[in-house]
Design a protein around this ligand. Structure first.
Ligand SMILES: Nc1ncnc2c1ncn2[C@@H]1O[C@H](COP(=O)(O)OP(=O)(O)O)[C@@H](O)[C@H]1O
Ligand SMILES: [Mg+2]
Length: 378
């Protein structure tokens, strides 16, 4: 089934949308060709999602963090075992699992405590639990090593983007998860990447609040509304969008309070609200390219990934803004949009296991290349 020199590995991704965990079984060859063999997702469900949402919004106790660290470990292990079953393989065939974990706090700016300064980030979903329950060596906690080397601990996916897409063409790889992030790959320019702003986060929040649905499926609600230009300009007046990269963001900025504050000046029609926050996502991406990418290189194409790539209102809006630059999706390259980041973590883990550096300092701002990832061995 697998060439003996090839490695079967599983990547697990649970992003800022807090929707659940995506798992991807890949086969990696020695020269780093990566093939997706099978995929599987497990939704967190309402109770766990609510708990995580509270923790990410600074409500919740240390006890909650402690318990959820182990509960998520169980969920990630279950997801892995289902994936293995679906793929018709045995756990012993899988060399390692690489798990991103669930970010509950990400603070790339230095904080002072008693004269000691530190950046910090915390991903939970304990790797010992995953490893023990699956019987497979598990890697996790990637971001801390880059951060301790002076980086922002993000973005990490560009390392995988270089491997998947190479640098034979000037391309922008745009992920639209809870947060939007872009990687610029080019034969002429060093790879760089940054977070463009809220991807689906504000859309999801408003869809839950006004329509009691977890997200705006295919952009159907947005298509029923009109973009309110005044509110859009107000939303775009956010200092993060103007900040020069390297930069990363998360729920720490785009929190419930932040969105509630912005909603005080929103139009009355809830459909217009969804249309406008979706337009915001598109404009924040376009403005980021205009200000920080186009001065270095004009991409020949843009490749969308993440759940937001399924939002047709968003993708149509983006194509209007980018005019002649073709917008593709990962699916045009044989990679399911939803599983791209899980695939990326499987690739990062390959390098952890080989004890080779897997961060890109020009993307994260780290002082040096480092080997990210801690390992729980079997
Ligand atoms: N069919 C769809 N139509 C519109 N949006 C979608 C669709 N499927 C997923 N999404 C959006 O994608 C999000 C999940 O994307 P994902 O890439 O998993 O993000 P993250 O990595 O932040 O968890 C959902 O919360 C939702 O906003
Ligand atoms: Mg997700």
């Amino acid at each position: 089934m697998t060439d003996t020199k090839n490695t079967l590995a599983i990547g697990l991704m649970s992003g800022t949308s807090l929707d659940g965990v995506d798992a991807c079984l890949v086969e990696i060859s020695e020269c780093c060709d990566v093939k997706i063999k099978e995929t599987y997702s497990l939704d967190y469900g309402k109770d766990i999602q609510t708990k995580l949402f509270e923790m990410a919004n600074n409500i919740g106790s240390i006890k909650d963090v402690c318990i959820m660290n182990f509960i998520l470990g169980e969920i990630y292990a279950n997801c892995t075992l289902e994936l293995i079953k679906k793929a018709g393989i045995k756990t012993k065939d899988v060399e390692y699992i690489a798990s991103h974990g669930q970010t509950i706090f990400h603070h790339p700016k230095s904080t002072d405590c008693s004269g000691i300064q530190a950046n910090s980030t915390l991903q939970i979903g304990d790797i010992s639990v995953i490893s023990d329950k699956t019987g497979i060596t598990t890697i996790g906690d990637f971001r801390t090593k880059d951060m301790s080397a002076g980086g922002q601990g993000a973005p990490l996916v560009p390392f995988a983007d270089e491997i998947i897409f190479k640098r034979n063409k000037t391309r922008a790889i745009q992920n639209i998860g809870g947060i939007g992030n872009v990687t610029l790959l080019s034969p002429d320019v060093e790879t760089f990447a940054f977070d463009t702003g809220a991807g689906n986060m504000m859309i999801d929040y408003c869809t839950k609040k006004f329509f009691h649905k977890p997200f705006d499926k295919d952009g159907e609600l947005a298509f029923c509304g009109h973009v309110d230009d005044n509110w859009l300009s107000y939303l775009l007046d956010e200092p993060y969008y103007r900040q020069t990269p390297p930069k990363t963001t998360g729920r720490e900025l785009f929190s419930s309070e932040y969105i509630e504050e912005k909603l005080k000046r929103a139009p009355d029609n809830p459909y217009d609200i969804i249309a406008t926050v979706t337009a915001l996502s598109a404009h924040s991406i376009f403005d980021a390219y205009k200000n920080f990418i186009f001065p270095h290189a004009i991409p020949e194409e843009i490749v969308l990934g993440g759940g937001g790539a399924y939002n047709k209102f968003l993708t149509t809006y983006l194509q209007k803004l980018f005019k002649d630059i073709p917008i593709k999706t990962h699916e045009d390259f044989g990679i399911p949009n939803k599983y791209k980041e899980a695939m990326a973590f499987a690739i990062l883990g390959y390098f952890t296991m080989k004890k080779l550096p897997n961060n890109i300092p020009s993307c994260t701002g780290a002082k040096r290349p480092v080997i990210m990832g801690k390992v729980s061995y079997q």
